[in-house]
Ligand binder design. Structure first.
Ligand code: XMP
Length: 319
């Protein structure tokens, strides 16, 4: 009779055995997997664990503050937050190719993480929130047998050259089990049930050049959309919902004025694993309400469209 409580105890014991008196460093993404891994490891070895959260400036509204509050204040876990927005924006300047954007972000993330690990005096172990599907799917889940559709990046992509043994306490679990373990460890439902968020963050939801200004616009539109989804009680029925800021300007009218601003696309899908996805069928009034609020409240956006493409043939993210 397998229970999550028993799993938790077993893993705590295993982590202690593996780590001994060694130092562990864990990269947090703000997502459920790395958070649950960190909290479990902290339960096992306490202050021998340090978490590192790289703020690349491509996070959602208030995401960094939420992570800081949760880890520092609620769980009292040693946390280093790196403000790397400027260097990510500098590196993304002028870049419009989706794969080059992804590759830059992945490589820069590793560079920042390594620098921080060195500042901490190194560590003996690197903790990762690797799940069972990541273990069996060595090929990116976005790719076909031999084609790379997208270069995948997440905090689990840290290189072997860091020369640290891995601590991966979630390797046997599926996503729903990780959520259950998270609840078992006392994570609030609102955190455990969060929609997946990609490692490259908002950069792959801003086709064309990514700038801080465009990230700020997208953050506002995205927050309004998710606020409406939560208010309508639809958040948990949806696998992933987000806004995309398009590199297209259209003409509009606000009061007596002509506007010439960007188009924002809204996306929402249902899925069980992200491999395939269906469009979430909002009713028209809901979408109209979102469009009105976004255009009224977000400067820089004057038109909103809804993405009706399932996966395949579309992917969930736009890049
Ligand atoms: P696509 O866009 O390929 O996405 O249909 C499938 C799922 O994967 C997420 N995604 C990523 N997650 N690093 C991640 O950690 C990535 O580079 C990445 N790219 C896509 C996407 O949000 C969706 O849930």
């Amino acid at each position: 009779d397998w229970t999550m409580a028993a799993y938790r105890e077993t893993k705590v014991r295993e982590i202690r055995e593996q780590v001994g008196s060694g130092k562990v460093i864990c990269g947090l993404s703000g997502g459920v997997d790395s958070s649950v891994a960190a909290i479990l490891i902290h339960e096992a070895i306490g202050e021998q664990l340090t978490c590192v959260f790289v703020d690349h400036g491509l996070l959602r509204l208030n995401e960094r503050e939420q992570v800081e509050r949760m880890f520092r204040d609620h769980y009292n876990i040693p946390l280093v937050v790196v403000d790397a927005e400027e260097r990510f924006m500098a590196g993304l300047a002028g870049e419009t190719d989706p794969e080059r954007k992804r590759k830059f972000i992945g490589a820069e993330f590793i560079a920042v993480f390594e620098e921080e690990a060195n500042k901490l005096g190194g560590a003996d172990f690197l903790a990762q929130g690797t799940l069972y599907p990541d273990v069996i799917e060595s090929v990116s889940f976005t790719g076909g047998p031999s084609v790379t559709i997208k270069s995948h990046h997440n905090v689990g992509g840290l290189p072997e050259r860091m020369n640290m043994a891995l601590v991966e306490p979630l390797r046997e679990l599926f996503k729903d089990e990780v959520r259950e373990l998270g609840r078992e460890l006392g994570l609030p439902d609102i955190f455990v049930g969060r929609h997946p968020f990609p490692g490259p963050g908002l950069a792959i939801r801003i086709p064309g050049e990514v700038t801080k200004e465009r990230c700020d616009i997208l953050r506002k539109a995205d927050a309004i959309y998710l606020d409406e989804i939560r208010k309508a009680g639809l958040y948990d029925a949806i696998w992933q919902a987000f806004a995309v800021l398009l590199p297209v300007k259209t003409v509009g009218v606000m009061g007596d004025y002509r506007t010439y601003d960007s188009v924002c696309a809204l996306r929402a899908v249902t899925s069980t694993d992200g491999m395939t996805a269906d469009v979430y069928p909002f009713d028209a009034a809901f979408l109209t309400g979102c469009a009105t609020r976004i255009v009224n409240e977000v400067q820089g956006v004057n038109r909103v469209v809804y993405d009706y493409t399932s996966k395949p043939p579309g992917t969930i993210e736009w890049e």
